[in-house]
Design a protein around this ligand. Structure first.
Ligand SMILES: Nc1ncnc2c1ncn2[C@@H]1O[C@H](COP(=O)(O)OP(=O)(O)O)[C@@H](O)[C@H]1O
Ligand SMILES: [Mg+2]
Length: 235
């Protein structure tokens, strides 16, 4: 199983030409919390099948942008256009993960099971085990989430999100508790899903180190302002 993910490195999304239609388009979007301008006249486009890193220091507006994209927050000003409709299924990995702490790792993952998506439970189980194997979670299946460390919890949240078979994955700092190797592994898994299932990935990270070598698209925010949107190689 493990070999399935090997050989998929971080450059693969360039192999796919994005479709004609954008997935999200923000036009002059402003969001304020009292006097704080969390997003200040942000305009940007995200295309289907892109892998996008949203970068910026803590407080830059990354989570606010992700909440706007996920439809959890409305702008005070400006427009948010999306592909929308039933064609699009967005899954989120939240900064606070939203796991069921009393339940085991495996029970949390089974929450993603939807019989309208999977042919049967076996098919779901295969996906579950494949992801658990690759991210090194297999031996922790029976561990209660409240007894797991932060990195393990992040892996559970990511796998649960992927098991819902979304079109778009929006992940807020999904690797902040992981070591570099695990973070890299997680990125490889997302890259693989990007290729295999046309998954669009929107990933917020304040860790410049992690995205340093990444040749894909970067959206960089500072104090709520969009500083850069484009390919990382031009930064
Ligand atoms: N619900 C909220 N109420 C008040 N202020 C908020 C709220 N959400 C975000 N902010 C403020 O908006 C700014 C951007 O926050 P956020 O989008 O969480 O940034 P990031 O995710 O980049 O750390 C910060 O100054 C933050 O304190
Ligand atoms: Mg945040």
């Amino acid at each position: 199983m493990k070999s399935l993910f090997q050989g998929f490195n971080k450059h693969n999304q360039f192999a796919r030409k994005s479709a004609q239609q954008f997935l999200f388009h923000l036009d002059d979007v402003c969001v304020s919390f009292g006097k704080i301008k969390a997003l200040n006249s942000v305009s940007l486009t995200i295309n289907p099948k892109e892998i996008v890193f949203v970068t910026g220091k803590s407080g830059a507006g990354k989570s606010t942008l992700l909440n706007i994209l996920a439809g959890d927050l409305r702008p005070d000003k400006g427009r948010v256009l999306g592909l929308g409709g039933s064609q699009l299924f967005v899954s989120q990995v939240f900064q606070d993960l939203k796991l069921l702490e009393d339940l085991s790792v495996e029970e949390n993952l089974w929450y993603a099971y939807d019989k309208s998506i999977y042919k049967n439970k076996k098919e779901f189980q295969e996906d579950l085990h494949e992801l658990a194997n690759v991210l090194g979670l297999s031996r922790f299946m029976h561990l209660r989430v409240m007894d797991a460390n932060g990195g393990l919890k992040q892996k559970v949240a990511m796998i649960r999100a992927l098991l819902t078979r979304p079109n778009v994955l929006i992940a807020d700092e999904p690797t902040c508790a992981l070591d570099r190797e695990s973070a890299q592994k997680m990125f490889e898994v997302l890259n693989f899903y990007n290729l295999k299932r046309n998954l669009t990935v929107i990933w917020a990270s304040h860790n410049r180190e992690l995205v340093k070598d990444f040749p894909g698209k970067i959206i960089h925010l500072e104090n709520g302002k969009l500083i850069y949107s484009g390919h990382a190689c031009f930064i």
